[in-house]
Design a protein around this ligand. Structure first.
Ligand code: ATP
Length: 601
């Protein structure tokens, strides 16, 4: 609301603002366009890039070259010099950026940790030097004589006219990105930040999403470069160097990486701050040194120290004291999501045949064979270090067995990624809870339904996915109610107790309508009554025909619930049978220290 009011006020005042202010506000718009792309890349997707300035340069140089080069003019024939050329320049800039960002992204975004930011520095530097060393791009002097944009015969030569286009493009970009974030694809993009394992297990193709995000941020930067070239009317390499790339990152982070309006705030603050420092410092400290760079650096340090999440979240908190957040509109009729036909009760869903996993000399799983059938709860137990988690990884696509075979729904699954397991009907939870802590329970659970819907990025951006999105949200609500967490539906996931977070993970798995559910220590951290409710829920799921495999240390829970139990010790199956058979097995009793009491719960 407040942001809308601010934008409206700016629109009304636009005609009356002094020329200098108009120029500054237009620059803020240009920088903000790059910063919102970075906000998606870094704040939402968790990938840091120092190299965005190079993409801005790509957009600027493409149009500058096309508009001024005699070679380009010869290619264009009668079109040369017409008002359409800058628009062709935009198409050229976006096309080159798209191809380059896709290529660079394919190589770099696979890298994790500090390697990715280092790579962005490397290509950011390379592209910057390329601009300065290419004779046809004018070397260090650059290209002059870039024409003004013309729309429908109306020239955008003045900053006041071009500024309107810049802010229109920025607002359109924010609207599209906001829509994207509020969709199934947006949830998939957000999931990237919590690591590949969780996202892939929900059916998200993480490599593809990361590249798409990277290309999106690069295209926004190129768009900004195009507008910049037609505002400045000349280009040279200086505004596209690494320092500026770092400043763009500052804008996104100071504003509040992950918040689109935070990027606009960051762009405004940093532009105004630099402007003021350049004015004030020389008169205070003399003009012999670049003091503004030093003071700017120190101020950034202070802001980041005080507001680690950026300024926007603090502003939002302040605003929420006076303004109620907009309620999510609830559609009256909701279409239903694709339904999976569950396999017949008793059919084998998962079969592990002599699965062996070696870590160097250590055999974590030694020829483990077991199966899970539809309509049964199968428990996998064993002392610490017995190899349960390793086996869990083998049967969920996280890791491949050294030997042996895993079949899911009768299909061999070697070297298939976790998302293909999810597509075949495997839902899972994690030993160490993997939720997006800042997002609501509803959002987290809705991610589980990712594979039950189809709409992609473009449909999401244009809000053509509303029917499907409403169906996902309705399904997520249904699953949250089913697991008994209805009162927490809008709470951030991290505000729940750890035991409840495990239940949220179960609801998320259920939202995918799995045929087989793998639960890693679901009862850990639950209180007695909560465990009873969980046991009831799992029994109900079994009655509905789901196959459930539970890895669990709580013997009372397991013995009262499971139909069959497999016991692992030192990576080997030492027993398999009903709870009564397992409890009477001397090898099992031996395996558990003081096992007699522990097992006969
Ligand atoms: N990535 C790995 N590299 C080397 N060794 C590993 C790796 N993962 C597991 N191990 C080893 O394999 C063995 C089995 O570990 P695993 O985590 O599967 O046991 P677990 O039964 O799940 O134990 P817990 O109940 O404590 O979770 C352990 O000795 C462990 O140290």
């Amino acid at each position: 609301m407040l942001t809308l009011a601010a934008v409206l006020a700016l629109a009304l005042a636009w005609g009356f603002l002094p020329e200098f202010t108009v120029v500054v506000v237009s620059y803020i718009g240009l920088y903000a366009l790059v910063a919102v792309g970075l906000c998606m890349l870094t704040g939402v997707g968790g990938m840091t890039s120092f190299g965005q300035a190079a993409f801005v340069g790509m957009g600027a140089y493409a149009t500058a070259w096309l508009c001024t080069s005699p070679t380009a003019a010869a290619w264009m024939g009668p079109l040369a010099g017409s008002a359409i050329v800058p628009w062709l320049g935009l198409a050229l800039g976006l096309a080159i950026t798209f191809a380059l960002a896709w290529g660079l992204g394919a190589i770099t975004v696979k890298l994790s940790g500090h390697y990715l930011p280092l790579c962005t520095i490397a290509w950011g530097l390379s592209l910057y030097f390329l601009f300065g060393n290419m004779a046809f791009l004018g070397g260090q002097t650059g290209i002059t004589g870039v024409p003004a944009l013309v729309i429908g015969g109306y020239s955008l030569a003045s900053p006041r006219a071009l500024g309107v286009l810049i802010w229109a493009v920025l607002l359109l970009a924010i609207w599209l990105l906001h829509n994207l974030l509020d969709s199934r694809e947006g949830r998939a993009v957000r999931a990237l930040k919590s690591g590949r394992l969780m996202a892939e297990s929900m059916g998200v193709d993480t490599a593809r999403q990361r590249i798409k995000l990277f290309v999106l941020a690069a295209l926004l930067a190129a768009m900004s470069g195009w507008l910049y070239a037609h505002m400045q009317r000349f280009v040279n390499p200086t505004p596209f160097n690494l320092n500026i790339g770092i400043e763009y990152l500052f804008m996104a982070v100071v504003g509040g990486a992950g918040h689109l309006w935070g990027a606009v705030l960051g762009a405004a603050l940093i532009t105004l701050l630099k402007e003021k420092l350049q004015d004030v410092l020389p008169s205070l400290l003399g003009s012999s040194g670049n003091f503004e760079v030093i003071v700017f650096g120190l101020l950034m340090l202070l802001v980041l120290q005080r507001f680690a999440d950026g300024l926007w979240p603090s502003l939002e908190r302040l605003g929420s004291r006076w303004l109620k957040p907009d309620a999510r509109p609830q559609p009256k009729t909701v279409q239903s999501l694709a339904q999976r036909k569950l396999p017949a009760s008793g059919s084998v869903l998962l079969a592990a045949d002599r699965v062996t996993k070696r870590f160097g000399g250590l055999v974590a799983n030694d020829a483990v064979s077991m199966n899970v059938k539809a309509g049964e709860i199968h428990a996998l137990i064993g002392p610490n270090g017995a190899g349960k988690s390793t086996f869990f990884n083998m049967i969920s696509g996280v890791d491949d067995p050294t030997e042996g075979e895993v079949r899911l729904m009768d299909r061999p699954m070697q070297r298939h990624p976790a998302r293909e397991f999810a597509a075949l009907g495997l839902g899972r939870t994690f030993q160490h809870v993997r939720l997006l802590g800042q997002r609501s329970v509803l959002d987290n659970v809705a991610l589980g339904a990712h594979l039950r819907a189809r709409r992609g990025w473009v449909a999401s951006m244009l809000r053509l996915d509303r029917g499907e999105e409403a169906a996902i949200v309705a399904e997520a609500r249904r699953q949250i109610e089913r697991v008994g967490l209805a009162e927490h539906v809008d709470a951030p996931a991290s505000s729940l107790a750890l035991g409840q977070q495990r239940i949220v993970e179960i609801a998320r798995a259920l939202a995918g309508q799995p045929a087989l559910l793998l639960l890693d220590e679901p009862a850990a951290g639950l209180r007695h009554l909560e465990k009873r409710a969980l046991a009831q829920l799992l029994s109900q799921l079994r009655a509905e025909g789901l196959g459930i495999l539970v890895v669990e240390h709580d013997m009372e829970f397991v013995m009262n619930l499971a139909d069959r139990i497999t016991v692992l010790e030192f990576g080997t199956v030492i027993a398999e049978g009903t709870p009564a058979e397992v409890q009477a097995n001397p090898r099992v009793l031996d395996a558990y220290l003081g096992g007699a009491e522990e097992l006969s719960a």
